[in-house]
Ligand binder design. Structure first.
Ligand SMILES: C[S@@+](CC[C@H](N)C(=O)[O-])C[C@H]1O[C@@H](n2cnc3c(N)ncnc32)[C@H](O)[C@@H]1O
Ligand code: SF4
Length: 368
């Protein structure tokens, strides 16, 4: 039975130039109807889910921009879970919202910080200023949140290595339990790419340096680099919590998950589907008691094994090779091991620190 649930809340106050997620601007009058549709989809798929879930993740869009009574209704109707995470944009986090999330059982907040430098926030077309981020963080702490994650982006037009150092310093000063640091991806042909073309090329050349800065700075500060882009605090003592993002770990370990909402992806029992990204079509189908339109993705055993390698090698834990069939290229494995990029010991495989710095390239070589 599926123990991981993703719920997509697509609404945003405005659209940031670099964003390629399934989002819908404004439409506060439609938030309630969308939540009705989500709850209908949940009821239709309920039998796929275990009675108690390990994780629920509310992602967006901007889940915390959802009209408060609709968000409350949703949170009250979701099945119980050990980890209940929500993505929040700093400008939406008031004292009232932080308290309400806590009261409604949310126990992890992922704050979309992106940067603490005003010129970079402005290049990204963000609403929040650095002080907005700090205020949001303190509201969450005051409300009792002891598991807060920051999203940071690097490779932003106008950024320099010292800007990134300063961003990491500002983040570390607040001391979140978890940090996700993403390389900026700019989709070709968008307004954003058009506006920042040459500068994006310059930034692309600096990505390796930025990645090294991120890993060096966060690991020196005592964070565990447990996944390519993810870091968590490692409290002393065996009785202290594991602060890795449990929901995302389920994806990286290749577990099944159910996704609800527009554009949401599900992988259950060897089948994968993606809901329509169109809001009106989604709401209309579910209002009529029907499942939304879905795109099915063929998921052969070979594809699943390859995904297992690609995702598993992002982690700092060794990957068990048993059951992977012949997707690994034995000659490439020997070569990469000689180069000190891969560590094969008995039934497990892992990238070395140097291999992890090179990231996806090494994994691509390993796949036959
Ligand atoms: C679902 S998104 C948005 C969450 C939230 N609405 C926000 O903007 O903070 C989750 C995270 O993905 C990252 N992200 C979004 N677009 C990206 C892009 N084009 N390149 C790299 N990271 C991106 C951001 O760090 C963001 O916080
Ligand atoms: S607020 Fe987040 S989800 Fe919405 S447009 Fe901006 S980056 Fe995308």
């Amino acid at each position: 039975m599926t123990r991981h649930l993703y719920v997509h809340l697509p609404f945003c106050a405005h659209r940031c130039g670099y964003c390629d997620f399934v989002t819908v601007v404004g439409r506060s009058g439609q938030h309630g109807a969308y939540v009705d549709a989500l709850l209908r989809e949940l009821a239709l798929e309920r039998e796929l889910l275990a009675p108690e879930l390990e994780t629920v993740f509310l992602g967006g869009g901007t889940p915390t921009f959802t009209e408060p009574s609709a968000l409350e209704r949703l949170l009250c109707a979701l099945p119980p879970a050990g980890e209940l995470s929500i993505e929040a944009n700093p400008e939406t986090v008031t004292q009232e919202l932080a308290r309400a999330l806590r009261r409604l059982g949310v126990n992890r907040v992922s704050l979309g910080v992106q940067s603490f430098r005003p010129h970079l926030l402005s290049a990204l077309e963000r609403v929040a200023q650095p002080d907005t981020v700090r205020r949001a963080f303190y509201h969450l702490r005051d409300a009792g949140f002891d598991n807060i994650s920051f999203d940071l982006i690097y490779g932003i037009p106008g950024q320099s290595p010292s800007d990134l150092e300063a961003d990491l310093g500002d983040a570390l000063e607040l001391g979140p339990e978890h940090l996700s640091c993403y390389e900026l991806e700019a989709k070709p042909g968008t307004r954003f790419t058009h506006a920042h073309g040459d500068e994006l090329v310059r930034q692309a050349d600096a990505m390796e340096t930025y990645f090294e800065i991120v890993v060096e700075r966060l690991t020196s500060a005592g964070y565990r680099w447990y996944e390519t882009a993810n870091f968590c605090r490692t409290p002393d003592g065996a009785d202290r919590p594991d602060l890795r993002a449990r929901h995302n770990l389920a994806y990286w370990f290749g577990r099944d998950y159910l996704g609800l909402g527009i554009g949401a992806v599900s992988t259950v029992d060897g089948r994968r589907w993606r809901n329509t990204p169109r809001l009106p079509a989604y709401v209309t189908s579910l209002a009529g008691g029907l499942r939304p339109e879905r795109e099915l993705e063929p998921l052969s055993l070979d594809v699943r094994r390859r995904e297992r390698v690609m995702l598993g090698l992002r982690l700092d834990e060794p990957l068990r090779v048993e059951g992977l069939g012949d997707v690994l290229d034995a000659a490439a494995l020997d070569r990469l091991q000689r180069l000190g990029l891969v560590d094969r010991s008995g039934p497990t495989l892992a990238l070395t620190r140097r291999g992890r710095m090179l990231g996806g390239g090494v994994t691509a070589d390993l796949l036959a």
